[in-house]
Design a protein around this ligand. Structure first.
Ligand SMILES: [Zn+2]
Length: 612
């Protein structure tokens, strides 16, 4: 809190010094002109014309954030000490007289400091600075009715004017607040960055150069889409230049105008119905005692395009009340500010068996008909590794090994394929590296290169140093479902002008994974059987003809797990790929993660089937 205040004060202080320098420059130039030249121009009427920042919308236009006018009440400097405006303003706004007096005092002291500094620097005794002619903000962000009341009866509010500016409004602040992100005031560090990039504008420079450059009191996108698409959202300021041209016998006024360009509206691939269903599924999981769900994520992708249809994180927050809630959010041990779909890098447990299966098939270590024997455990170099089935699965081939998630089968298949192939195929499916999604601060995770036997055994079932994000896992499932195309997942759909004209559309990016159709077919069969009759048979996913893989990553001696379920649906004509993770829970992927994707699909199944 203290640090934030210091930064704020620094920013404010920096702003004043800029104002001061500009003022000095003006005074000196004016003096120079008056004495040295018979004909001169004065540029006192120059001003930038504000632009409007674009909004951010879901795929079909539900507003997530938009710019709305903000009204402030301001009072002319010379009238600040008067009582005549304070009483009616206090009545209208609910502020106390004392608050208003305090505010007036602050402003007076500040302007007096500026005036004295100019006095000192110019040596002029009677200086009047511009601030003394201006109206100053005494009550910020009043309702539109209050602004209207003041404008309608100015005689009742002597010296008071309404100033209009803009602020961000979040009509659906709880829907996807992390994706939307925040705008913030310019920090000293950010200002330095902007200056070094030549994108800063100060009052010492011609107003005609302001355009898309930043002023020191500007806001900018600090996180999420607000940050990633800052250049589209922000727009360009315009300007008006009024010149008085003094000739020997007459004065002429010249005027130049450049209208502002409003920022573009950004439309996301997120669908309101899908995102609501995903949020609701996580909320419902949190209320279901059996699931022991305290934190986690759920991602739903379009298998063809990599468009993110829903990406929910839990716990979350409401962007509309973020400012008030920030203290509690920052100290919550469940990290509600973390966007888990791209920001949580965790071991995936047995979901990685799909990669082990692909590696073993592609490297020729096993064929779909190769049977390996599970006795409930297996011993390698004197150490015993267990299977979940205590008495063993007997002899089984790849499809039933995926169906029942037999550890021993995958230890043997992984060792036969080798550590290098296990890592290479994981990376080929986009694990352990940034997906390139269009959101800032994506975690890379890691696919370790396993050399030692025990490391290979660990990696073959997704344990050890493996770290993956829910988005990476969902994207890997999309690639399996769509025949081996690894898409770059994306949130951006298109950008439009305020009149609806689309000016920029997402450019799809993808790469083909060199995997055979037969290999994909075998793992898809295994995942289909995991839902129909295997590890996920009791998760309620059969109505969706889902295919998927459970995962349960052990968290050392804590006795807790990350429970995963990831896959796609429907099996015969895949439309969506998904991943859900229940972090730090006491149960397995089959019981503590798979039902959650069912909650979401239940709500949107008809819409899923309508996807192209
Ligand atoms: Zn087994």
């Amino acid at each position: 809190m203290f640090r934030r205040r210091v930064i704020f004060l620094l920013a404010v202080f920096g702003l004043f010094s800029v104002v001061l320098m500009a003022r000095l420059a003006q005074v000196q130039l004016a003096w120079h002109d008056r004495f040295e030249r018979a004909r001169y121009t004065r540029t006192g009427g120059n001003r930038p014309v504000e632009t409007v920042r674009g909004g951010i919308y879901t795929r079909w236009g539900t507003p997530l954030v938009r710019e709305v006018p903000s009204f402030d009440l301001a009072v002319y400097y010379d009238r600040l000490p008067e009582r005549e405006w304070k009483e009616p303003v206090a009545r209208l706004t609910g502020r106390s007289l004392m608050q208003l007096e305090e505010r007036a005092g602050q402003i007076t002291r500040r302007v007096e400091r500026i005036r004295r500094a100019v006095q000192r620097n110019t040596g002029m005794e009677h200086v009047r600075v511009v601030e003394q002619n201006e109206a100053h903000r005494v009550v910020a962000n009043v309702p539109a009715e209050v602004a209207a009341a003041v404008r309608a009866a100015p005689e009742r509010f002597p010296g008071v004017v309404v100033l209009e500016s803009a602020r961000r409004e979040y009509p659906n602040g709880e829907l996807a607040p992390h994706v939307v992100g925040q705008v913030g005031v310019m920090t000293p560090q950010r200002w330095e960055e902007v200056r070094s990039e030549g994108r800063a504008w100060t009052m010492a420079e011609p107003v005609s150069e302001i355009g898309a450059r930043y002023r020191q009191d500007d806001r900018f996108g600090r996180s999420g889409v607000e940050r990633e698409f800052e250049s589209l959202l922000r727009g360009r300021r315009g300007y008006v230049i009024n010149r008085l041209v003094f000739h020997i016998l007459k004065v002429e006024e010249e005027s130049t105008e450049e209208p502002p360009e409003p920022g573009l509206d950004v439309y996301l691939t997120l669908r309101e119905d899908f995102q609501r269903a995903a949020n609701e599924a996580l909320r419902r999981a949190a209320e279901d005692e059996e699931l022991e769900f305290r934190q986690g994520a759920l991602v739903i992708l379009d298998v063809r395009t990599g468009a993110v249809l829903a990406a929910a994180t839990y716990p979350g927050y409401d962007a509309a009340t973020y400012g008030q809630d920030i203290g509690g959010l920052a100290s919550d041990p469940r990290s509600p500010l973390l966007y888990r779909p791209t920001g949580a890098a965790l071991p995936s447990g047995s979901v990685y068996k799909i990669i082990t299966a692909i590696a073993a098939l592609e490297e020729g270590a096993v064929s779909p008909t190769t049977s390996l024997r599970c006795e409930g455990s297996a011993t390698f170099q004197g150490r015993t590794f267990r299977c979940l089935a205590r008495w063993g699965h007997g002899s089984l081939a790849l499809v039933p090994a995926i169906e029942d998630s037999c550890n021993v089968y995958f230890y043997r298949a992984g060792l036969a394929a080798g550590g290098e192939a296990l890592a290479r195929w994981g990376r080929a499916f986009g694990l352990g590296a940034p997906t390139g999604v269009d959101l800032p601060f994506e975690r890379a995770g890691q696919v370790p290169l396993a050399n030692a036997t025990f490391e290979v055994i660990n990696l073959s079932i997704g344990q050890g140093r493996l770290l993956v994000t829910p988005l990476q896992v969902a994207n890997m499932m999309a690639a399996i479902a769509n025949g081996g195309r690894l898409n770059t997942p994306h949130f951006f759909s298109h950008a439009s002008r305020p009149n609806g004209e689309t000016v920029k559309v997402h450019q799809p990016r993808n790469q083909r994974i060199p995997v055979s159709a037969g290999t994909l077919d075998a793992v898809r069969q295994g995942m289909r059987r995991a839902v129909a009759s295997g590890t996920a048979r009791d998760a309620g996913l059969e109505p969706f003809q889902a295919a998927g893989k459970t995962g349960t990553a052990e968290l050392g001696p804590s006795g807790l797990y990350h429970a995963w379920f990831a896959g796609y649906a429907p099996h015969s004509d895949p439309k969506v790929a998904f991943a859900v993770v229940n972090e730090r829970t006491s149960g397995h992927g089959s019981s503590h993660a798979a039902p959650i994707i069912g909650y979401a699909l239940e709500d949107i199944w008809d819409q899923v089937l309508e996807l192209p």
